[in-house]
Ligand binder design. Structure first.
Ligand code: UDP
Length: 314
């Protein structure tokens, strides 16, 4: 029997590259597509020798062509860290809107099932805590984060429209903060920032007073959630994340302790519209996908620290 084929956009990125690994190990033929503006070929170079793996250097905001049959599409292309989407606001808006439109069109002609990567950012600076899928969010459309948040909200809307109007098989995942090996050292997110500061003996920069919260999920758990959602029959959005919530101050202390660093915490201004609290309600994922995170933050931080230690000496 022919192998199932899957297109993974953003395939050279942090999450995309882990998804390539997972689907190859499940026996799929994997086509990774990336324009490499935030992705990195080093994340997938170990896959180039695999005959079931192909890489296409392409920007999905432009017309997407893939020859042959295509069973599944995972749309994971987008700048995804606040400093990246501040640097590339137009590309961020385009990949979430035009890029999603192109991939939905591709899914329609190929009769593929498509899963799009949405985000906890659709909840904005949430007024409901923890966040459940039926909360509509508190987003500033014209603030600095609006380029990402609104692109992802549009992405959800157009994906749902293709489902209802064209009968397309669609899946929408709302991803909460995720960490693990292959995050970019300089992507500006709190975990790479704190770990590299701690390992270099620099002070850890907590923004604001550090009382804001996040809930961090290890990448292997996230990938398992994506895998289960793709193969499920649920087309409504599903939160995937780890509900173990922590303040940024506590997180900084944890990183200092785990790295044995002598660094201190310093406080710098809070970026505009930075969400004050974030924690997924994962009741739906538990019920529909029988999914919940298996890795504690400490368990996930071990391989992540090893990765960053190596990356810093490269
Ligand atoms: N943050 C911080 N110091 C940093 C980077 C980020 O205190 O060097 C804070 C940021 O203000 C936010 C949280 O850490 O409250 C998570 O930020 P991140 O950029 O990782 O992603 P977000 O969850 O905001 O999308």
């Amino acid at each position: 029997m022919a192998k199932k084929s899957i297109l993974i956009t953003g395939g050279a990125g942090f999450l995309g590259s882990h998804l390539c690994d997972r689907f190859l190990s499940e026996g799929y033929r994997v086509i990774a597509m990336d324009n490499l503006i935030t992705g990195n070929l080093a994340n997938i170079e170990h896959l180039f020798k695999d005959k079931d793996f192909e890489f296409h250097h392409h920007d999905v905001s432009k017309f997407v062509f893939v020859p042959g049959k295509l069973d599944y599409i995972l749309h994971f292309a987008s700048p995804a860290s606040p400093i990246d989407y501040l640097k590339m606001p137009i590309q961020t808006l385009k990949v979430g809107s035009l890029g999603t439109h192109n991939l939905l069109g591709l899914a329609k002609v190929k009769n593929s099932r498509i899963l799009v990567a949405s985000t906890s950012e659709v909840y904005g600076d949430p007024l409901v805590h923890p966040q459940k899928e039926d909360y509509w969010g508190n987003v500033n459309p014209v603030g600095p984060r609006g380029v990402y948040d609104e692109a992802k909200r549009f992405q959800e809307a157009i994906t749902m429209a293709y489902h209802t109007f064209h009968g397309l098989e669609t899946r929408i995942i709302r991803i909460f903060n995720t960490f693990g090996p292959r995050m970019r050292l300089d992507d500006g997110r709190v975990l790479p920032a704190f770990i590299s500061q701690a390992l270099k003996g620099e002070d850890l920069t907590a923004f604001g007073d550090g009382s804001q919260t996040r809930s961090f999920c290890y990448v292997d758990d996230l990938v398992e959630g994506i895998y289960r959602l793709l193969l499920s029959d649920h087309h409504e959005p599903v939160n995937i994340g780890n509900p173990d919530e922590i303040t940024i101050n506590e997180f900084a202390e944890e990183i200092i302790r785990l790295t044995g660093s002598k660094s201190k915490i310093i406080y710098t201004p809070l970026p505009k519209d930075d969400p004050k609290q974030r924690k997924p309600d994962i009741t739906k994922a538990r019920e529909i996908l029988d999914w919940q995170p298996k890795f504690t933050r400490a368990q996930g931080l071990k391989p992540t620290l090893e990765y960053f230690q190596k990356a810093l000496t490269r």
